[in-house]
Design a protein around this ligand. Structure first.
Ligand code: F0G
Length: 416
């Protein structure tokens, strides 16, 4: 049997009950499986013959058999062995798990395919989220696919243009809140509480976390059922690191992998309450009232899933690190130029974190490391263009083009 459970007081709720916070203690919920039962289901299942994707793991999802799955083909992203990156930072074996390869260009699609499938199963006709950009882009697409209404609240002027374009073209109602992400989230929580017909799909929704846990499964499968020594992941609202850890621990308990990796969360210096709590060994986070970073996707001061994230890091014997905007932009450019992988600034924070932690001794030289890059670079073209040399404008003339390229003129003999 599968149910929803409070992460603190362990109160249980049916998977078909619409409830976002524990009614007894107010903490957030998670999905709990009876793993012995799941193991039995898996024995009689053909899941291993299906292509690598979120729905390869349908048996691991809290979705009824009769459900109509809302999908755009998510998951199955590349795990790229990155030799140049390894050489650059001084490690033998580094991989980039590139989530920008998902249908709307970010890892959010893993959660949304399951979250919107659940929403439709529950009879919802209107879904909502607050977002720094990618969640809104993804929810707008999956709501369109399902034929239901979508509303998104975003911090005004603080989301990358590509993401705004996505939410708009998919027909979502977009409200630009004069405030930050944390304030926008407060409003959608209140709206979903007050207007029961609106279904909330931020990452406090545990069905989204279930979809995102497939990221952990996939990494192990792509490494031949061996977990890496460490997984480095950008952290904002802290849903994804919690989800990946949930996937890994389930795979471990089910016996598919023998050891667990160290979970390593990276935050931007100006929005780093979780990294701060880890570094100071604190049991609580101190929310950042005015979070700031060029990596707008992770410009979050009061991460809703902080307890789950802190637990994932501590339980796995991992760590957390902060990176500056400058380090993020350098890492973004480096990855694009030496590995051909173009990621948005928030995603590049995992690469910047890798570099910093190898340098300061936080990562051992023999570790096998997977960096998760969470969103595609085209989400935020403005930031990319700003840090590159301007294109040279030339006349439509061979001589001018050769001159601009610094090529010597050659006499051309045309053979007849
Ligand atoms: N990377 C990218 C590209 C993101 O968009 C986000 C979160 C994160 C990392 C952090 O993931 O919140 O699960 O810790 N973006 C959310 C959004 C908040 O609204 O799109 P997290």
């Amino acid at each position: 049997m599968v149910h929803q459970e409070c992460i603190s007081c362990k109160s249980k709720y049916d998977i078909d009950e619409i409830v976002y916070f524990c009614k007894k203690c107010g903490d957030i919920l998670e999905i709990k499986f009876d793993l012995a039962e799941l193991a039995q289901t898996l024995t009689g299942s053909d899941w291993k013959t299906k292509p690598l994707s979120v729905w390869r793991y349908r048996d691991f999802m809290p979705i009824h058999e009769t459900a109509h799955v809302v999908t755009l083909g998510e998951g199955g992203t590349g795990l790229h062995r990155s030799q140049h990156l390894g050489d650059e930072v001084g490690l033998k074996e580094v991989y980039v798990k590139n989530e920008g390869e998902n249908p709307t260009g970010s890892f959010k699609d893993r959660g949304m395919t399951v979250g919107v499938t659940k929403a439709v199963e529950l009879g919802a006709r209107h879904v909502i989220c607050a977002s720094t950009g990618n969640t809104s882009a993804s929810l707008a697409a999956y709501a369109a696919r399902a034929g239901i209404k979508c509303t998104v609240l975003i911090p005004s002027g603080k989301i990358a243009y590509g993401k705004l374009a996505q939410a708009m073209i998919h027909g979502a109602k977009v409200l630009q809140v004069r405030g930050n992400f944390d304030q926008s989230l407060e409003f959608v929580l209140k709206l979903a509480e007050k207007h029961k017909s609106i279904y909330l799909l931020n990452s406090i929704n545990p069905f989204r976390i279930e979809g995102q846990k497939s990221l952990g499964y996939e990494i192990c499968e792509q490494l031949n059922y061996e977990a890496p020594d460490r997984i480095i992941i950008p952290v904002g609202n802290a849903g994804n690191i919690s989800a990946v850890w949930k996937g890994l621990t389930e795979f471990h308990k089910l016996g598919f992998i023998k050891k667990l990796p160290k979970m390593t969360g990276i935050q931007a210096t100006g929005s780093a309450p979780i990294a701060h709590a880890i570094k100071t060994n604190s049991d609580k986070i101190i929310p950042v009232e005015h979070p700031e970073t060029i990596a707008t996707a992770i410009r979050i001061g009061a991460p809703v899933s902080w307890k789950k994230a802190v637990n994932a890091i501590r339980e796995s014997n991992g760590t957390a690190e902060t990176v500056t905007d400058e380090e993020i932009l350098d890492a973004q450019k480096m990855l694009a130029r030496i590995e051909g992988i173009f990621v948005e600034p928030a995603s590049a924070s995992s690469i910047a974190g890798l570099k910093k932690l190898v340098k300061n001794g936080g990562i051992g030289k023999d570790e096998r490391v997977v960096c998760i890059t969470t969103g595609h670079g085209l989400k935020d073209p403005d930031t990319a263009i700003k840090q590159c040399e301007k294109p040279v404008e030339v006349d439509a003339d061979m001589l001018a083009i050769e001159q601009a390229l610094g090529l010597k003129q050659q006499r051309v003999i045309i053979a007849r």
